[in-house]
Design a protein around this ligand. Structure first.
Ligand code: FAD
Ligand code: NAI
Length: 469
């Protein structure tokens, strides 16, 4: 019979759980990882980051083939959409990526379990195996990495056909004529972009009077302007009070968030993207006495320890941004802590990227946060239009905005809108991790011609100097 006593068991095989399990096994801990989904990779690989990015890339190419190439001196004639093929490519990307985790588990000697886990004690778990039967395992340490789940809106029952969550929006069988997105956050803008590029009219209804709350205000305004130019409509400061399904779609009733007369809006498909909730359903949390906060997140201390000493939690199910790389960092940190090392996550330097076109990327403090905290700061802001490579690539939309401490010149935040923003933000994150100044960035030789030169120029601009503008 297989040995079922482990040093550490990760419940949940998403970016937090599977990365943490690999690291723990590499450090010599006898490790298992359990997921009930049937494939490892969690929300991110199965119904999140990866399928959405596959569709973003395909739809970007489709749009480019239709509208973006004539300036380069050629056209493709009539471009037709084969949606089932696009979806099949996305599914293959997901399948290949999730299979890769099973390979990594084998390579690193992590024991995988496919089934739903329930906590039965501070050191024991029961697994209802997907293939039938039940298994009980014990562990010196249990890590809750059960992630998050979609949330619905009262009165709008998600059926994944005409009223969809992000999961349904990744598998629509046809391009809707009118897609109404409720929530102008990350999912709304990314998946709204996908369907807009494929031909849908997209209207985003957002409760607040701005998009992407939490991102720098100036950046958010520019994102709205750019996406608006692409044809996306925005109804800000608006709430949906009712949704009625008819034969051909959904009739939504909207009201100004501040109160006022109602209006109706017809949609073929409604995407509800108003945030996600931490997920601990049927985990047996109550049985073992793990405490949750009022938002349903597992309460943990600085070392991820819950209110039960042998049980820890990481990723979307605890406080902090619901991002795959944040969950991964926490997975590595908890594995290292359990192995007696000094695992640590620097929460001041967690980049976040919205994969629209152009992309929007951010790390560190926003200008609004620095103002509110009374910090004396400088801004180095440089548009991509001054950059030769951006012009050669026809990617001049956007800017780098570097925020630095006025006294020490230390980088406090960086916000980028550009086609390559997601890759470029890594330089600012590295600078912040090393406590670099704007002067350090400006003195670092950047290859020419690259769009990364704009980050260097922003380093100069923060100190009142520029070379290219
Ligand atoms: P999850 O990935 O949610 O994994 C938890 C796993 O636990 C699940 O597979 C679940 O089946 C399993 N589980 C739960 N309970 C049990 C149980 N009792 N027994 C066994 N298994 C259980 N983040 C980014 O950083 N970049 C992106 O581009 C990005 N894009 C996204 C796009 C979409 C559409 C969505 C929805 C999310 C996106 N995210 C993105 C967020 C990202 O997916 C999450 O932050 C990340 O997956 C969290 O990882 P996790 O390990 O905490 O949990
Ligand atoms: P979100 O928190 O990014 O945005 C939700 C939006 O909905 C907010 O703007 C909010 O004000 C609005 N809202 C809330 N209630 C509303 C209502 N009743 N009516 C209208 N608007 C309402 O959440 P989203 O987009 O659902 O994404 C969930 C999580 O997934 C995010 O935390 C994000 O971090 C993660 N994610 C990350 C991605 C990335 O890193 N590229 C991509 C997709 C998701």
């Amino acid at each position: 019979m297989a040995d079922t006593q482990f040093d550490v068991v990760f419940v949940g095989g998403g970016p937090g759980g599977y990365i943490g399990a690999i690291r723990a096994a590499q450090l010599g801990l006898k490790t298992a990882c359990i997921d009930k989904r049937g494939t490892f990779g969690g929300t991110c690989l199965n119904v999140g980051c990866i399928p959405s990015k596959a569709l973003l890339k395909s739809s970007e190419y489709y749009h480019l083939a239709q509208h973006g190439l004539s300036d380069h001196g050629f056209s493709l004639g009539t471009v037709t959409l084969d949606l089932p093929k696009m979806m099949a490519r996305k599914d293959k990307v997901v399948g290949d990526t999730t299979k890769g985790i099973e390979f990594l588990f084998k390579k690193n000697k992590v024991t995988p379990y496919k089934g739903a886990a329930t906590l039965t004690g501070p050191n024991s778990l029961k697994i209802a195996l997907n293939d039938g039967g039940e298994e009980t395992i014990t562990a010196k340490n249990i890590i809750i990495a059960t992630g998050s789940d979609i949330v619905g809106l009262p009165g709008l029952t998600i059926d994944e056909t005409s009223i969809v969550s992000s999961t349904g929006a990744l598998t629509l069988g046809a391009v809707p004529k009118h897609l109404v997105v409720i929530g102008g956050g990350v999912i709304g803008l990314e998946l709204g972009s996908v369907w807009q590029r494929l031909g849908a009219k997209v209207t985003v209804v957002e409760f607040l009077d701005r998009l992407i709350p939490g991102m720098d205000g100036e950046v958010a305004k520019n994102v709205q302007r750019v996406l608006g130019k692409q044809g996306m409509d925005f109804k800000l400061g608006t709430k949906v009070t009712k949704g009625e399904k008819g034969a051909t779609g959904v009739t939504l009733t909207l009201e100004p968030a501040a109160g006022g007369p109602a209006e109706t809006l017809e949609a073929d498909v409604v995407l509800v993207a108003i945030g996600r909730r931490p997920y601990t359903d049927n985990l047996g949390i109550e049985t073992v006495g793990v405490q949750l906060d009022p938002k349903g997140r597992v309460v943990v201390d600085h070392h991820f320890r819950s209110t039960v000493p042998s049980i820890f939690a990481i990723g979307d199910v605890i406080t902090g941004p619901m991002l795959a790389h944040k969950a991964e960092e926490e997975g590595v940190a908890i594995a290292e802590l359990l192995a007696g090392q000094a695992g640590h996550v620097n929460y001041d330097v967690i980049p976040s990227v919205i994969y629209t076109s152009p992309e929007v990327a951010s790390v560190g403090k926003t200008e609004d946060e620095l103002k509110a905290a009374g910090v004396d700061y400088k801004v180095g802001k440089v548009p991509f239009s001054v950059n030769a490579r951006a012009r050669a690539n026809a990617d001049i939309e956007g800017f780098v905005k570097l925020l630095t401490d006025a006294r020490t010149d230390k980088v406090l935040g960086c916000h980028i809108i550009h086609a390559e923003a997601g890759n470029l933000i890594a330089e600012a994150a590295l600078a912040m991790e090393f406590g670099a100044s704007a002067e350090d960035i400006a003195r670092t030789c950047h290859a020419h011609p690259t769009v990364a030169e704009v980050v260097k120029e922003a380093g100069l601009a923060a100190n009142g100097r520029t070379l290219n503008m």
